[in-house]
Design a protein around this ligand. Structure first.
Ligand SMILES: [Zn+2]
Length: 494
């Protein structure tokens, strides 16, 4: 049994939902059949286990990954992690994939949700017979339909179980027009996503620096003019409505907002690249034509590093390479024992990091000492994060602390559990939850029953009605849990 054919720009997750509805199975049976276990939750925009899913489709895994999930955005804007992410998503290592994308960190406030445009849903219903989830609506930070220019409606998705027959967009959402900038931003983001949805397309991220340089935000020496940059960027971000403002800098004094992105030292979330890209380039064509950034000539750098060495009178050096003399060795040792990073020491003496590592390894016990320093420093930092958070949020539960400081929590749990247990609030007992939200199901079912009873002019008994509802037996065995549905049924039956 193959997955239904993909509609234009449809999410893989949506195809699975439609497939599940068509199959007539219960969600647990379906999950066991498709994934071999019922304990699996399918992520709506970064759906994993694609190799397995592709067996039920006529497309190959790579095509599904690139054209039916949001993965391409992470591939181009997190190039260092692209390989690992692709591997995790194909193989089904969902938790690793989400950790790489830092998905929960950026979606902490909005939770897991899907977005839809009521006008697109209406068009889809007319053209395809079903309203479906569009991939371009799900781009993080985009809140407007690029076709109709209206604000997208948001439907939250339950954290664990994500297979639900009612989980398709509806046509009766609000219609509120967005600003022109928001519409243009959604078109830009959609163009980027579509362009990079072909395997092999890559983007040189240095074009951002190059454009900032040509617009005067980077000086000739390569220094970023942060005050000017953040002041202008904050003004631009005010054109976006508040429902996506948490992704933008808090104010013009948030000077660290672009630090990591411009230093290229760590991966940054696609939203930052999209918003900065739109601000700088406005159109995909301009972005694709942008030139690579050429850093200022080496001359200045060399002059600086030589100056640094000359300051230290004890060091003898030649013009070309620095000999590691006994005096230099002693200084390296002194800095290493104080916990300086090896690359900082290497920069200080204009030698390679490998040479510093070699010198460190020559001193017995120094490597262990540095490991201990690092451990203690990390412990202090993480403890402080927890203490500060508790001081600011005295009523916070353990799970709130973990959500806010996930890395610190996990690290302390593994290496400093006694302190952590002492410092956390009393653990609350978990309340057992029913696996099915019968109140919600009752509400949804009552509408369906009303429609069916009107269609059949009231001539339906409960068995027939239950069959039309999917043959789950709800109208027979579970009728006590469905009071609203039963009232509708009893009122309309003849
Ligand atoms: Zn639309």
């Amino acid at each position: 049994m193959f997955l239904p054919k993909c509609f234009p720009d449809e999410l893989l997750f949506c195809r699975i939902i439609r497939h599940f509805i068509q199959s007539g199975m219960t969600s647990t049976n379906y999950l066991e059949w498709m994934f071999g276990t019922r304990k699996v939750s399918i992520h709506p925009v970064l759906t994993c286990d694609i190799e397995n899913i592709s067996q039920y489709s006529r497309e190959n895994a790579e095509k599904i990954l690139y054209q039916q999930t949001l993965a391409p955005l992470f591939f181009i804007f997190m190039p260092n992690q692209a390989f690992n992410l692709q591997k995790s998503m194909i193989s089904g290592n969902s938790s690793k994939a989400l950790r790489i994308c830092q998905y929960h960190k950026f979606n902490y406030e909005s939770g897991l949700s899907l977005k839809y445009c009521s006008l697109c849903a209406r068009d889809d219903l007319r053209n395809c017979g079903v309203a479906y989830w569009h991939r371009d609506h799900q781009i993080l930070g985009v809140n407007t339909c690029s076709t109709h220019g209206i604000l997208l409606n948001v439907k939250s998705v339950a954290a664990r179980q994500r297979l639900d027959e009612s989980l398709l967009p509806c046509c009766n959402g609000d219609i509120i027009y967005s600003t022109e900038t928001e519409k243009e931003f959604s078109i830009f983001s959609k163009d980027i996503l579509n362009y990079f949805s072909n395997p092999g397309t890559k983007l040189d991220l240095s074009i951002y620096k190059s454009e900032l340089y040509s617009q005067g935000y980077i000086s000739k020496n390569g220094r970023v003019r942060r005050n000017k940059l953040m002041s202008d960027f904050s003004k631009y971000s005010e054109q976006f409505s508040s429902n996506c403002s948490y992704n933008f800098p808090k104010d013009k004094n948030d000077k660290k907002y672009f630090s990591t992105l411009l230093s290229n030292t760590a991966n940054q979330h696609p939203f930052k690249y999209l918003s900065l890209g739109f601000w700088l380039f406005r159109k995909l064509d301009k972005l694709l034509l942008a030139k690579k950034y050429k850093p200022p000539k080496e001359k200045t750098k060399r002059a600086k590093s030589h100056k640094l060495i000359k300051l230290d009178k004890n060091i003898k050096h030649s013009e070309k390479t620095l000999k590691i003399t006994a005096s230099v060795k002693n200084q390296i040792y002194a800095l290493a024992i104080r916990g300086f990073h090896r690359s900082a020491i290497a920069r200080r003496f204009n030698i390679s990091t490998g040479s510093v590592e070699h010198e460190i390894s020559q001193h017995p016990g120094l490597v262990d000492h540095r490991k201990r320093c690092k451990f203690e420093s990390r412990r202090r930092r993480y403890r402080l994060q927890i203490i500060r958070f508790r001081r600011l949020h005295p009523a916070a539960l353990r799970k709130d602390i973990r959500k806010a400081h996930d890395s610190a929590f996990i690290w302390l749990y593994l290496y400093d559990r006694t302190w952590l247990e002492r410092s956390l609030p009393q653990a609350t007992k978990p309340k057992p939850k029913g696996r099915v939200d019968w109140k919600r199901r009752d509400n949804e079912l009552s509408d369906k029953v009303r429609r069916l009873m009107v269609k059949h002019k009231g001539h339906l008994n409960r068995t027939k009605l239950d069959k039309l509802l999917g043959g789950h037996g709800w109208m027979i065995k579970q009728r006590k849990k469905l009071p609203r549905t039963m009232t509708v049924y009893n009122d309309l039956k003849k």
